[in-house]
Design a binder for this molecule. Structure first.
Ligand SMILES: [Fe+2]
Length: 154
C-alpha cells in the first residue's frame, strides 16, 4: 500500500479519535464535578483522573496528527451528562464498550503506520483498564447496594 493511502487512513482515524475523546472526556469531567458537589470525593477523584489521562491521550494523538501534516478538526458530538451515579456508570459503560469495539475494528486498518499503530495499541490498553474498572463498579453496586457503595466514596 502506498504511504499516502496509509497516512490518509491514519489521519481519518486520528481525527475521529480526537473528536470523540474531546467529547467523551468532558463527560468524565462533568460527572466528576457533579459527584464532588454531592460529596462523593473519591469517585470524583477517580473520574477526574480518567479525564486527565484522556487529555494526555488527546495531546499524543494531536502530536501524531501534526507529524502527519494535519491539525485536528473537532466535530462536536452530543454527550449526555447525568446526575445519578448509577446512570452515569450505565452510560459510561455503554460508551466504553461502543468505543472499544470501534477501536478494535479500525486498528487493523492502519497496519503499515507503525507509529500510529503503537499509539492506538497503548490507548486500547488504557481503555481496557477503564472498562474493567467500570464493570467492577457496576458489579460492586449490584453486590453491596448503591447506598453502601456511595458511603465508600465520601
Ligand atoms: Fe473514557
Amino acid at each position: 500500500m502506498a504511504t499516502t493511502l496509509i497516512n490518509d487512513k491514519s489521519i481519518k482515524i486520528l481525527q475521529d479519535i480526537v473528536s470523540g475523546l474531546i467529547c467523551s472526556s468532558k463527560q468524565h469531567f462533568l460527572h466528576s464535578i457533579i459527584n464532588r458537589k454531592k460529596g462523593f470525593v473519591k469517585l470524583a477523584d477517580r473520574m477526574l483522573e480518567e479525564y486527565n489521562e484522556e487529555t494526555t491521550t488527546i495531546a499524543k494523538f494531536t502530536a501524531r496528527l501534526l507529524e502527519l501534516g494535519n491539525v485536528p478538526k473537532v466535530e462536536s458530538l452530543n454527550i449526555e451528562v447525568l446526575y445519578e451515579v448509577q446512570e452515569q456508570f450505565k452510560m459510561e459503560l455503554e460508551e466504553q464498550i461502543k468505543g472499544m469495539d470501534w477501536l478494535n475494528k479500525v486498528l487493523p486498518q492502519i497496519k503499515g503506520d507503525k507509529v500510529t499503530e503503537q499509539l492506538l495499541t497503548s490507548y486500547l490498553q488504557d481503555e481496557n483498564k477503564h472498562l474493567s474498572w467500570l464493570k467492577q463498579q457496576v458489579s460492586l453496586i449490584e453486590t453491596i447496594g448503591l447506598q453502601n457503595y456511595l458511603s465508600r466514596q465520601l
